[in-house]
Design a protein around this ligand. Sequence first.
Ligand code: SF4
Ligand code: SF4
Length: 365
Amino acid sequence: MPAAFPARRLAREDLHGLVVRWAGAREVVAPVREGNEVHWRPVTDAAQVDWDYASTMLPPSKVLYKPLVDVARFTRAGDAVATGAVEPDARPSLLLAVHPCDLHGILVLDRTVKGRRFVDPSYAAWRAQTLIVGLNCRHVGELCFCASFGTGPFYSRWMDQGPSDGCDLLLTELEGDCLVEVMSRPGEELLAGTRMTEASETDYAERDRLEESARSRFKKKLEIGGLPELLLRNLEHPVWERVGEGRCLSCTNCTMVCPTCYCYDLQDRSSLDLRETVRARRWDSCQDRNFAAVHFGNFRATRKARLRQFVCHKLSYWVGQHGCFGCVGCGRCIRLCPTGIDLAEIAGEIRRTEKAEDLKGKAEG
Ligand code: SF4
Ligand code: SF4
């Protein structure tokens, strides 16, 4: 089926001019290197952008799903209390140079906090006001395993998540120039008035060669066939006790940096005269020891139980809830874990145990 909008070849210096123009019309947020880390920051010029980054500390989905959002205001006058919603403060923005795993992370978050059952007004407002320019990934990190899921290194359909839902433009850096695939009408409008040539068969061939080259550089792999069921069968595997109780610090880093995590708590702030209270939605974490504390006790009081919940939610329960995995293989939870806990290794160990038991059973049977 022909693409709705033709792909173009854009000279690198013209991309710089485009970023300046976009930044004049909306806030452009892009990966910017600061010391050893790369963060999402407002930019006004393409030279500020780290085009060669492998991964950012926080994912771009968290630019849309803000850490602290006021959701309601209660005002007291005598015995009466007036209640009002706080309108989201979203403004026109553009996320620039988002890698495919993170584009899919945003689409996973769409299903959970902008889906049919529940809509987070702040996230929905920021999502509606934000254009996204994707960047196919050529810098495979040591801990990346998006290729195992099919969420990278180049952007394509994954578990009913269509490319045109995830970004407006998709860039691939070619020798000297850029291939620009146009995914939406707003994407086409972003290019208006720019000097470009229509992409040729040679450009697509170069793109395919670059994708193959990136794909061949993955060191980390996760076998996903039957994974949700495998984990459900192994909720009492010894790995949960050994890694959860032996190494997890309950620091919550893994959930804070995950592109698909959305858990939150509600907190009230009151004025000293108690006339006004503001209720805020604040990121929370299933790894926090108080997360599962309810009026009769704590139903995940141990680190073992909390680690198991995190890993099994991402790689198993999520599929039943939302029709896709809750992990896109970005590797952040592994890289930012102070003790290097690795959900792919945990799943791999469980699979190896089952295979060994199967072989033993066959040999004995
Ligand atoms: S679970 Fe870990 S590897 Fe998977 S998407 Fe979240 S942070 Fe990335
Ligand atoms: S980052 Fe590591 S130590 Fe911290 S809560 Fe997550 S698994 Fe535990």
